[in-house]
Write a protein that binds this ligand. Structure first.
Ligand code: 6PG
Length: 236
């Protein structure tokens, strides 16, 4: 089920995401040994990560994963790991042992297989054997992609949990979590702001469509957090 949450500004939407992540971790930390969260890439989440860094208690034990990564070194300006390190992981003092980055500097097929092994080894699995993330943070592209799952791409049918892709959005070579592991997450928070995302938001709400990969998560517990600029003009 998709819940739409509209906030007056990108700052308010970022604050809502940061607060929801902190609350989810507080709840998960009491129920299980450690929470597992996959972080979104791109540019939109930076402010939410900055706000989250100041909300995390030093006692928290969360393991931080990535929904996707560009095939670049970790210090590359295009690296999603670098975005998270600068805005969240370093400011919050999260130890490297609890940060699981996708090795974008390695051959994509090898890096994807290694990441899937790591996910399966460390993240508790559900009844069907799929690692169950406590929370997946995702962005939304103007074309309706999420993570690095692009329209009509073969990765939409992948049964592996982590695959390499060649994407329409530069940089083209990427590694992404796939729909089975994203759908298995206990909750998904998708953050989209700005007028340019309005059409994609409307298409996500319109129902599952391979032309809008983010809409294929409609059967998950998905909260779509947007600002007014990205909100549909007519209520869904
Ligand atoms: C990536 C992201 C991708 C991103 C969207 C939105 O690696 O590019 O994972 O899915 O979230 O493209 O990107 P912006 O936040 O930059 O608009």
């Amino acid at each position: 089920m998709i819940r739409l949450e509209v906030h007056r500004s990108p700052e308010a939407a970022s604050q809502a995401v940061a607060a929801r992540v902190a609350a989810t971790l507080a709840a998960a930390g009491g129920a299980r040994a450690a929470a597992h969260v996959a972080l979104a890439g791109g540019t939109t989440p930076r402010r939410a990560y900055e706000l989250l860094a100041s909300l995390l208690p030093h006692t928290e034990t969360t393991h931080w994963w990535f929904g996707d990564e560009r095939c670049v070194p970790p210090d590359d300006p295009e690296s999603n790991y670098r975005l998270a390190r600068e805005s969240l992981l370093a400011p919050a003092g999260i130890p490297a042992a609890r940060v699981h980055r996708i090795r974008g500097e390695d051959p994509p097929g090898l890096a994807a297989a290694a990441y899937e092994r790591e996910l399966r080894a460390l993240v508790p699995a559900g009844a069907d054997g799929t690692p169950t993330l406590d929370l997946a943070l995702l962005g939304l592209g103007e074309d309706g992609h999420t993570a690095s799952l692009f329209p009509h791409d073969a990765a939409l049918d992948a049964t592996d949990l982590v695959v390499p892709v060649v994407a329409a959005k530069p940089p083209p070579h990427r590694i992404t979590l796939t729909l089975p592991v994203l759908r298995a997450a206990r909750a998904i928070l998708m953050l989209a702001t700005g007028e340019a995302k309005r059409d994609a938001v409307a298409r996500v709400l319109a129902g599952p469509d391979r032309a809008t990969p983010a809409s294929l998560l409609a059967d998950a517990d998905l909260t779509l957090v947007v600002d007014e600029a990205a909100a549909p003009r007519t209520p869904p």
